[in-house]
Design a protein around this ligand. Structure first.
Ligand code: DWN
Ligand code: SAH
Ligand code: ZN
Length: 405
């Protein structure tokens, strides 16, 4: 039996994706021989409902100096983080000399706006290359993992933080106990801890199974986040559903008793109970649907290969590692994936070893069918690449189910 990382309850496994590589482990052809693999399986805690991976990948393997994901590659995400920064400053930091801390600041997509407004801040991120990009935007960054010891050090040196923020990072941290104790040490008495991550309710509803991979150790819901927060003396006081990355929730935590939880919190928790989003039968149904989606995509890709169609993919996402490696989709079915990130171009995708090509080659000539691995950015990409469709190209999407655009 596996014990829950949050409450030590028993975890019921509901899907096993088998052996998987590091989702952001893009590699040079000569590195494929020594590639690292682990077992990707996911379960739900029968006590606190937290959905979590059955096996943990050491953090230093994932968040290395050359971690290749740059948040600012998407215009829509840049806009999202600019709006977020203004809102956090306007609502939580009206006066004085506030301190804003971001856990997992990456390339400064959010904190660059805080820096531009002249507000005291600190970004913490262990991945050196992306942190250097943030520093180049005027962001103060510490290249390290946020945990209790670091938080105590920052609290002693810089005083309490009015806002601690994390986007798509809390779900990456198995050792949340240390993070919560760190937040407790660093947060001002009336401060807020705000974080946003992929939402279990959306993953289940939309069968977005590729949100499950090494870096996404947890899949949160309002129910599981409130239970975890309470263990460390925090209340869940606000929840907000966000459209980014295929559906997320932004959670606002405050010290127990400091703020009255909004009606939205109770409403979402009630909805989760009614939908039984963490129920064993719901998750078993999800598992059946995942297998169906992957089989349909596999059948389509094999048919296109038989017909001699020119196929490629778009967006060398971390998520797509789960799709290509579970589906067994290598360069024989998908000969290339186009991506705008210089740090990924010229390398092979993890496990499946599909070559990553720069976007400028996408139209030379256009493929006939393109699997949209970055389906969460569909609106932005399909709009930007409308010339592809105008000359007859077709997009293949597999979330929420297989369809061709
Ligand atoms: O949680 C995480 C999220 C925030 O980012 C991390 N664990 C890792 C990463 O996940 P991902 O790689 O699945 O994220 P995205 O944002 O779906 O990745 C999009 C990829 O597509 C990037 O490599 C950039 C690329 N891209 C592109 O080539 N053209 C993106 C856009 C918008 C484009 O127009
Ligand atoms: N906030 C950005 C980046 C998300 S990717 C966005 O939403 O786009 C996850 C980031 O978390 C990576 O940059 C990774 O280096 C960072 N990270 C992982 N573990 C961390 C930890 N313990 N403390 C701080 N950052 C961490
Ligand atoms: Zn639990």
């Amino acid at each position: 039996m596996t014990a829950c990382r949050i409450c030590q309850g028993s975890v019921h496994q509901f899907f096993d994706f088998g052996s998987q590589p590091l989702s952001d482990g893009f590699l040079r052809p000569e590195e494929t021989a020594g590639e690292f693999f682990y077992r990707l399986a996911v379960g739900v805690c029968r006590s606190c409902t937290m959905v979590q991976l059955m096996e943990e990948v050491p953090r230093e393997r994932m968040f290395r100096a050359d971690y290749p994901y740059h948040s600012s590659m998407s215009v829509k995400m840049r806009e999202h983080f600019t709006r977020t920064a203004h809102r956090l400053l306007d609502t939580e930091c009206p006066d004085g000399d506030p301190l804003v801390v971001e856990i997992g600041c990456n390339d400064g997509a959010m904190l660059s706006t805080v820096a531009a407004r002249g507000v005291r801040h600190l970004g913490v991120d262990p991945s050196r290359d992306v942190a250097e990009v943030a520093a180049g935007k005027g962001v103060r960054v510490r290249v390290d993992f946020f945990e209790e010891s670091l938080a105590r050090e920052v609290a002693a040196a810089e005083g309490p933080a009015q806002v601690i923020y994390a986007a798509n990072t809390m779900c990456h941290i198995p050792y949340l106990d240390s993070v919560f104790r760190g937040v407790d040490a660093l947060l001002a008495p009336g401060g807020v801890f705000v974080f946003e991550d992929p939402y279990l309710g959306d993953v289940v509803e939309r069968t977005s199974f590729d949100q499950i991979y090494d870096e996404h150790f947890y899949l949160f819901s309002a129910t599981s986040v409130r239970a975890a927060a309470r263990r460390y003396g925090f209340d869940l006081v606000e929840v907000e559903r966000l459209p980014v990355h295929g559906g997320e929730v932004r959670y606002t935590l405050a010290r127990a008793g400091a703020r009255t939880p909004s009606g939205q919190v109770e409403a979402l928790i009630r909805e989760e109970a009614q939908r039984r989003i963490a129920g064993i039968s719901t998750l078993e149904q999800f598992a059946t649907q995942v297998k169906r989606n992957i089989e349909e995509l596999a059948a389509l890709l094999r048919r296109l290969r038989e017909e001699g169609a020119r196929v490629a993919a778009y967006g060398a996402t971390a998520k797509s590692a789960t799709v290509t490696n579970y589906g067994g989709f290598g360069p024989d079915l998908i000969p290339a994936v186009y991506d705008s990130t210089p740090a990924k171009q010229g390398l092979l995708t993890p496990g499946a070893h599909i070559p990553v090509r720069p976007l400028k080659e996408f139209s030379q000539p256009y493929p006939e069918y393109v699997v949209l691995f970055a389906w969460n950015h569909a609106q932005e990409i399909i709009e930007k690449e409308r010339a592809f469709r105008e000359q007859g190209g077709k997009w293949i999407l597999y979330v929420p189910e297989l369809h061709i655009l």
